[in-house]
Design a protein around this ligand. Structure first.
Ligand SMILES: Cc1ncc(COP(=O)(O)O)c(C=O)c1O
Length: 399
């Protein structure tokens, strides 16, 4: 199956006005997703919020089914939350860490995750073990294997970092987790939607992701996967009416499924939009999406590397649609604002976004250009011409 790019662009009004290379920030929603959100808001306006939710109950349930299909699990293993951080936090803070327990992680870890490790390290005397990287920049599997002993409570890994094209070997890590019976939490915020992510093949116990990036859903959506065999031992750190039922005056019963991590009040319009976005990806085929994204990413990387004064910083044996670079003649934020003036969207990543990686590679702030399947080769050419012009113009105007 290949992607019908004309059709995808027809469904993506935003791409007619700009070159959108900020899909790792928030992608452009396709029209069916926007329509779904608006239609539900209109229904709420006409008949009432509770009544609209009741009327659309089956379509809301479909969001769980769609997310489950996307990552190959059961709908009861899915909880819908407002973003990847909420989803990740929900399981992380439910883990009963004790003094001396260890969290094993990698160097490309996302800022919020690492700050949460620091938090439990401070509050519960947990140790954080950071595994080094192999020649490709991926988590070093030998070192990881060596580190896994009885003290390790959790392997917590970022699949694709916020600041580069690297794809960590999530399945190989899963094998080690299974061999040693260690819990495994995968931050798949930047991977789900751009490449096939199969929780059974990976063997993770928990996975968190967001809706607005490569899934192309609305902002304010995300979801969590909790392996059903782990549910019974996972008590959410907040108990409320969304996660449990108040059964007698002095007791409550947690929901049996992953929804024990949810809250009661949510935006059904956004959840329906997420479901439509996931279905849209599934209709295109995640394999086809990944083929195109990887090829576009490689083309962009190769062309940028050919420009004088531009350095590309991505590592990884497998590289994805996220491309990071710096220019000798301009700071990343200067490039971002000059590109934006030309209707080109990129993002800037700073050391505080992934501090261990930035510091170990001594990286300055990076420009992140991230492609998706609706982008075209011609946009990559135009983008590289713009980067070349901007970096040359600054060279010429130097005193
Ligand atoms: C690797 C990674 N993990 C987690 C997050 C947090 O996602 P969210 O903003 O949906 O909470 C991000 C956001 O950029 C990310 O890049």
């Amino acid at each position: 199956m290949t992607i019908d790019v004309d059709r995808a662009r027809f469904d993506t009004p935003g791409c007619r006005e700009r070159i959108h290379f900020n899909n790792a920030g928030a992608s452009l929603m396709p029209t069916p997703v926007i329509d779904t959100v608006i239609e539900h808001l209109e229904l709420e306006t006409r008949i009432g919020g509770y009544e609209a939710a009741d009327q659309e109950r089956d379509r809301i349930e479909n969001t769980y089914r769609a997310c489950a299909r996307l990552i190959n699990c059961r709908p009861e293993e899915i909880a819908l939350l407002e973003n990847a951080t909420r989803a990740w936090d929900a399981v992380f803070y439910a883990l009963p860490f004790r003094p001396g327990d260890r969290i094993v992680t990698g160097r490309i870890e996302y800022s919020s995750n690492f700050m949460a490790y620091l938090h439990v390290a401070r509050e519960r005397s947990v140790e954080i073990i950071v595994i080094g990287e192999d020649a490709y920049g991926q988590i070093d599997l030998d070192e990881l294997r060596e580190s896994l002993d009885d003290r390790v409570k959790l392997i917590s890994l970022t699949h694709v970092p916020t600041n580069g094209g690297l794809v960590n070997p999530a399945e190989a890590v899963g094998e080690l987790a299974r061999e040693t019976g260690t819990l495994y939490l995968l931050d798949a915020c930047q991977s789900v939607g751009q490449l096939p992510v199969d929780v059974n093949a990976i063997g993770c116990d928990f996975l968190a992701t967001t809706g607005r990036k490569f899934i192309r859903g609305p902002r304010g959506t995300g979801f969590l996967y909790v392996n059903r065999t782990r549910l019974a031992e996972m008590h959410p750190h907040v108990v409320q009416v969304g996660s449990a039922a108040w059964t007698t005056a002095d007791a409550y019963a947690l929901k049996a499924d992953a929804r024990r991590f949810e809250t009661w009040e949510v935006s059904y319009a956004l959840q329906l939009g997420l479901g439509r976005a996931v279905d849209y990806s599934l209709e295109l085929g995640v394999g086809a999406i990944w083929c195109r994204v990887a090829a576009l990413g490689e083309r962009l990387r190769t062309q940028l590397m050919d420009i004088d004064g531009i350095a590309v910083h991505d590592r990884g044996k497998t590289k994805c649609g996220i491309v990071t670079f710096t220019a000798e003649t301009a700071r990343a934020d200067e490039l971002l604002s000059e590109l934006r003036q030309r209707s080109i969207n990129v993002e800037v990543l700073r050391p505080q976004d992934a501090r261990l990686d930035f510091e170990s590679r001594q990286l300055p702030p990076l420009v992140r250009a991230s492609v998706h399947y609706f982008n075209r080769n011609e946009e990559i050419d135009d983008f590289c011409n713009a980067v070349r012009d901007l970096s040359r113009a600054r060279l010429v105007s130097r005193p």
